[in-house]
Design a protein around this ligand. Structure first.
Ligand code: ZN
Ligand code: ZN
Ligand code: FE
Length: 756
């Protein structure tokens, strides 16, 4: 019996080879009808023998393409149209797109083998890709995902390419960025002797330059990298000097997983991450030191090649371990435009390997580490963004603008929360430009009107994201407290809107309800009911405000607040720099001094006490230094860090640390004990709140929980308790996760208003 069915599939189904897959399946089951991309996903009309249609639907859901993610499948009976064959129809665009923009995909093995096949027409072609692999988010200019809406529209396909593109059996059937050496873009090298315009020669020469100790700017998927030989100490330090980058670790790209094993310890989970299709930078324990790559750090950030170009570089004998750091000056965001790379990297790069395909938007490499509680995404960008991170109960669009540091923005459309890539520190001009562009892009791609949208923003009155929020003519503006957003993020990712938890938000800085700088907060509540602040780190004084975040010595002076005599004594005995004494005086006189509960600053203070007396050159540097110092020592003691039902009191902790320090105890031992003491403080306070409120789930969020030593201590402590610990999954614990939490809290408010 002949039947017809209309099938609607939503999820990540565009740009992942879904239509060709449907087509081939339809042919196999001798069905007629059509498939097309719509704004809400893929739509199929299938008609044929009833049993065949049933088989077709089964296979459709059982074995979709590797990168596809089906979130919803709706099947309706339809009238028989009587078509004789199955075809792929043009995309439609009539109402708000709800299809998801796919993330960039690493080059697949089929494309790699073609690229190294001398008889293949794409032999050594650096832009090879197919329906299973290649760039997506970084080439998409609009939805639906079709070649005219990508940065490839400037390269009309040659006959051979378009034959593949229109042949349903081909693996490049409707592969939007497809190209070949005949018709597609190319790479060229710009160096001191001129330009080399041949993919092969340019890439070969780049490998030569890298081998001979030069620094080359290389265009990738989401921006430019600065590359050099990581095992050549001289060039690595030269890169640091030219980039004005004192200490921040450089990421590495290695030829293959075997090479990675010579540098870092790789567990099964780490191997899975390294070889996943997102190909993030994986932070793991180093067992080999490379001078200048990650000073004072016992981890290395390593990634595997992810574009055809990277594979070609290693093929042509580039050094097996390359520094591959985002190209920029100091801490500006990654450069992605050719003119800016040429101008902005003058005096930093010796040569430029430039690809002609434009990058639609800057997308950094993602950074992930494996912790005792699972993977922690430290920077969510290439390979992950802009995939949805949660379902939120809101029919009204929500635009959440995040925090000013490590900014990301989130857009909730049709109940899906889409999160942007890491955009960086909005105080930097370029990052701020990307922020505005990303907001515009997301709104226009999903066809969302501002006047129907709720805008969520951080309560900090001086944040640029806050000012920007108020400049938008939106349906409504809702300010969300920073640390409540941190906790809500973790719950939103788990779809736990009514779950009552103890929420611990420890970070560097966030604007509190009382106008103080918070960062050591304990909440009780749920997303729907809201979070009540039930405790916090005892307030300390922070001399100099923002400057104190850059100078750990100032934080130390602040935590000595009540006892200036002790502070002076310690300062003298440890011969601390003058800056410390000035800060102590400021605290004593309450001069430009601000109250804070920041645990981030407590870590800074501990680092300063144990020898980190410089200003920091990147966020979190002192805490990272302290963690790595602590990892070199065994756990010998725990300091008191009492919880008095309202406050975690750091004074006894600090006092004993000071005594040990003055008694000449090894600073590593003290650092190790400090970590354990903080973990015990968290454990005790959470247990106490849990018992009081009858709650057995705790959420840990905020930048402090990027510390893997602290997490492993917490894991040990909570293991023996009846409490479950939740941390972020794909969303960062740092301020990169704030936008999702804001959106979730707004969605809950909206939900409440509707049901009341
Ligand atoms: Zn491929
Ligand atoms: Zn071609
Ligand atoms: Fe924060």
């Amino acid at each position: 019996m002949k039947i017809a069915q209309r099938i609607h599939i939503s999820g990540v189904v565009q740009g992942v080879g879904f239509r060709p897959f449907v087509f081939r399946l339809a042919i196999r089951w001798k069905l007629s009808g059509w498939v097309r991309n719509g704004e809400s996903g893929v739509e199929i009309h299938a008609e044929g023998d009833a049993a065949a249609v049933k088989q077709f639907v089964q296979e459709l859901t059982k074995h979709p393409p590797a990168s596809a993610k089906i979130t919803k499948l709706v099947i309706n009976d339809a009238a028989i149209q009587g078509a004789s064959d199955f075809e792929i129809l043009e995309s439609t665009r009539h109402d708000r797109p709800t299809v998801q923009i796919p993330a960039d995909l690493t080059v697949c093995s089929a494309c790699l083998s073609e690229m190294f096949e001398p008889v293949n027409r794409r032999y050594l072609y650096p832009y090879i890709n197919c329906t299973d692999c290649g760039p997506r988010y970084t080439v998409i200019k609009g939805l639906p995902y079709d070649r005219p809406y990508t940065t490839m529209h400037a390269w009309p396909m040659c006959l051979a390419c378009s034959t593949e593109y229109y042949s349903p059996a081909d693996r490049r059937f409707h592969a939007q960025p497809t190209a070949c050496p005949e018709c597609g873009p190319h790479y060229y090298l710009r160096w001191w002797e001129g330009e080399i315009h041949s993919d092969e020669k340019a890439i070969k020469k780049t490998a030569d330059l890298l081998r001979s100790g030069h620094i080359v700017a290389i265009k990738g998927i989401g921006g430019y990298h600065l590359a050099c030989d990581a095992e050549n100490e001289k060039v690595v330090w030269e890169l640091r000097r030219r980039k004005l980058r004192d200490a921040k670790p450089f990421a590495l790209m290695v030829k293959d997983i075997e090479t990675a094993r010579t540098l870092i310890d790789i567990s099964a989970e780490e191997e899975k991450l390294l070889t996943s299709s997102a190909r993030p930078i994986v932070l793991a324990r180093a067992h080999r030191q490379l001078s200048g790559v990650a000073p004072d750090n016992s981890d290395l950030g390593v990634m595997l090649p992810y574009t055809p170009l990277h594979h070609l570089l290693f093929h042509f004998d580039a050094p097996q371990v390359l520094v591959m750091t985002s190209a920029n000056r100091s801490s500006e965001p990654i450069i992605y435009k050719d003119e800016e790379a040429i101008k902005g990297l003058e005096g930093i790069a010796d040569a430029w390997l430039i690809g002609e395909r434009p990058i639609a938007r800057r997308v950094d490499d993602s950074v992930v580490r494996v912790s005792s509680f699972g993977n922690i995404v430290l920077r969510r960008a290439r390979g992950y963004a802009p995939l949805p991170v949660a379902h939120l109960p809101s029919n009204r669009p929500i635009l959440a603008l995040g925090s000013d540091l490590k900014n990301t923005v989130a857009l909730v459309v049709n109940g899906q929360a889409i999160m942007s890539q890491h955009l960086g520190d909005l105080m930097k001009y370029e990052a701020y430009m990307s922020f505005e562009q990303t907001v515009r892009d997301l709104l226009s791609m999903y066809d969302v009107q501002l006047k129907e949208t709720i805008v969520a923003y951080d309560l900090h009155p001086d944040y640029r994201s806050t000012t920007f929020a108020h400049s938008l003519e939106a349906y409504q503006h809702i300010g969300i407290q920073h640390h409540r957003a941190h906790v809500a993020t973790v719950l939103a990712e788990r779809n736990a809107f009514e779950k009552q938890v103890v929420g611990v938000a420890f970070d560097g800085t966030g604007f509190g309800d009382d106008g103080a700088i918070w960062g050591g907060e304990l909440f009780v509540g749920s997303i729907v009911k809201g979070f009540e602040r039930c405790g916090h780190l005892r307030y300390a004084m922070l001399p100099g405000g923002d400057a104190a975040a850059r100078v750990p010595l100032q934080a130390l002076a602040g935590f000595f607040g009540d006892v200036p005599d002790l502070a002076i004594n310690v300062g003298k005995r440890l011969s601390l720099p003058e800056r410390f004494f000035t800060a102590v005086k400021m605290v004593e006189k309450r001069l430009r001094t601000f109250p804070t509960t920041s645990v981030g600053r407590l870590f800074d203070a501990a680092a300063a006490l144990l020898g980190f007396t410089d200003a920091i050159s990147f966020e979190g540097q002192a805490a990272i230094w302290l963690e790595h110092l602590a990892r070199t020592a065994p756990l010998e003691k725990v300091y008191p860090f009492p919880w008095n039902r309202k406050e975690l009191d750091y004074r006894p902790l600090l006092k004993e640390m000071v005594e040990d320090r003055l008694n000449g105890i090894d600073v590593a031992i003290i650092a190790r004990a400090f970590h354990r003491s903080v973990a015990e403080g968290v454990f005790k306070s959470v247990r106490s709140l849990g018992a009081t409120y009858g709650i057995n789930t705790v959420v840990l969020s905020g930048g402090v929980f990027q510390n893997s030593l602290l997490l492993s201590d917490l894991k040990e402590l909570f293991l023996g308790s009846d409490m479950t610990v939740w941390i972020g999954k794909e969303v960062p614990p740092n301020d990169g996760g704030i936008s999702l939490g804001q959106a979730a809290l707004v969605a809950a408010t909206h939900l409440k208003a509707k049901t009341l």
